[in-house]
Ligand binder design. Structure first.
Ligand SMILES: [Zn+2]
Length: 393
């Protein structure tokens, strides 16, 4: 009873803070972020230039606290150093074009003790203050906030192609990660999400220059896109081929080179398994609540790829790999299989290209070079052309 009472107070408090106040606008900036410990309480503070509306909710397994705000400008140069006993990680970035998300990784169940805005004072803007304290799992689950409607999972609205474009084969390019999910981060501070986007945009440029194909991107900017939405985009665009681009990191820093994956329920080896787990964790990292997921999306995610698409995928992977061999060094076993979620679109031939490893010094340096990005893009673009030439005549 005491617990229920406390939960009610909390919900009332949150409703009050979330109730429409001065409208949040894109002009609001975050100028500082701080973590502190006071006894059993851990305090998370955002220094703001103005008040913003926000929503806060929690997700279990792993335990996370998620704060969504309108698109805002994040000014701190880097995340606050260090962690606390409760807050073991902090990620932030655009979740959707209009939603900025902060995800706190909490190592154990927590409860929101206090949540408030400190009014502007001493030349400092308003401060967003969140106090967390340890709680039981039971209490954590009981206090779970009303879940966010994840518009990122709605079927994507794609522009109608012009009549000249309508009959062209469709290539869907999927730059891995984005927004709140940076993907791998190299020791030198390179984000995988930036590499995948840069290369994908260059692939698009080169493929469009051929004049034979229509290119659809799952994202064109630094924004989070759920794995389900990536698959749905391919479906909605009636993709003839789906190409996901990644440049992941693994524990073994000596491993370098490109590789190409097709779907398999069973990973071809430990490295393939490690990469698939990393890529599939994207939605967990971004705080997607899968309890909202429509059954249709769930089916897509668990559906096995059909045999025809699998054969086409294998064929496309071979062609892309041959192209990559001319642009970069390859992993020793460069044709691999793993259960990547984005490869599970049931009808679309789908491949996942690892452009190299951000965990490897040499690969990291090359992946950051525009000239190398162009070479990689050219390899993929030419391979696409070659694959269609063989399959669609
Ligand atoms: Zn990745």
């Amino acid at each position: 009873m005491v617990r229920l009472y406390r939960a009610l107070i909390l919900l009332t408090l949150i409703a009050a803070v979330v109730a429409p106040g001065p409208a949040g606008t894109a002009e609001v900036g975050v100028t500082g972020v701080r973590l502190g410990e006071h006894g059993a309480t851990t305090r998370f503070v955002l220094d703001l230039t103005g008040r913003v509306d926000f929503r806060l909710f929690t997700l279990p397994d792993p335990y996370r606290v998620v704060i969504d705000m309108p698109a805002l400008e994040w000014r701190p140069a880097k995340p606050p150093g260090g962690t606390t006993a409760l807050i073991q990680g902090l990620r932030y970035g655009l979740f959707r074009p209009d939603v900025f998300r902060v995800v706190l990784d909490v190592g154990r169940p927590v409860s929101v003790r206090r949540l408030f805005f400190l009014p502007p004072a001493d030349g400092q803007g308003p401060r967003f203050v969140l106090d967390l304290e340890p709680a039981s799992r039971e209490a954590f689950l009981a206090e779970k906030r009303g879940s966010l409607t994840v518009a990122a999972l709605a079927p994507p609205a794609l522009p109608e192609p012009s009549s000249a474009e309508r009959d062209k084969p469709v290539v869907v390019l999927d730059p891995g990660h984005g927004g709140v999910d940076p993907g791998a981060i190299s020791p030198g501070g390179t984000y995988e999400k930036d590499i995948t986007l840069a290369v994908a945009l260059e692939v698009r440029r080169q493929i469009e220059a051929m004049g034979k194909f229509r290119v659809v991107m799952t994202r064109e900017r630094d924004v989070f896109v759920s794995l389900a939405r990536r698959v749905e985009t391919a479906k909605a665009a009636r993709a003839d081929i789906f190409i996901s681009l990644h440049a992941d990191a693994i524990k073994d820093k000596g491993v370098r080179g490109g590789s190409v994956y097709t779907l398999s329920e069973k990973a071809s080896d430990a490295l393939a398994e490690e990469l698939a787990q990393h890529a599939n964790a994207s939605d967990v990292i971004a705080g997607v609540d899968f309890s909202d997921k429509s059954p249709e999306v769930a089916n897509i995610l668990i559906d096995l790829a059909r045999r025809k698409a699998l054969n086409d995928s294998a064929d496309a992977a071979d062609v892309v790999l041959a192209g990559l061999a001319e642009a970069t060094s390859l992993l020793k076993t460069s044709r691999r299989h793993a259960g990547f979620a984005v490869l599970k679109g049931p009808e679309v031939p789908s491949i996942l290209v690892e452009l190299g490893f951000l965990s490897n010094r040499q690969d990291e340096r090359m992946l950051g070079q525009p000239a190398h990005q162009r070479r990689l893009a050219q390899a993929v673009a030419r391979a696409v052309d070659g694959w269609f030439g063989r399959n669609r005549r």
